[in-house]
Design a protein around this ligand. Structure first.
Ligand code: FES
Length: 107
């Protein structure tokens, strides 16, 4: 097994699923598969707790998280897939306008 540089999880919890996160997952996965870097992995996850802790009605859904950066994104839509792909998955950058939470820098 080769380790991944970047691992993106697309929430498939109840609130995110109700806002189209399955289709979002399929779009990102397809983009990586057809065009993408081999050291990037896209997976489904259960509820990322964005909705449980800060957003009980799911208004911040759909949510994503990217490791090892430790950046959670909220309100990601199909229109954001290209930007997520180009900036987060290919360049390792952050799309600030969609950030929900970032782990504090170490050190
Ligand atoms: S269902 Fe996606 S963050 Fe809770």
């Amino acid at each position: 097994m080769k380790p991944y540089r970047t691992h993106l999880f697309v929430c498939q919890g109840k609130n995110c699923s109700a806002k189209g996160s399955e289709e979002l997952y399929e779009m990102i996965k397809e983009r990586v598969k057809s065009d993408g870097p081999k050291d990037v992995k896209v997976s489904k996850s259960g509820c990322l707790s964005v909705c449980k802790e800060t957003d009980p009605k799911g208004e911040f859904c759909p949510a994503l998280v990217v490791y090892p950066e430790g950046v959670w994104y909220r309100n990601v839509t199909k229109k954001d897939v290209d930007e997520i792909y180009e900036n987060v998955l290919k360049k390792g950058e952050t799309v600030e306008r969609l950030v929900h939470y970032k782990l504090p820098a170490k050190g």
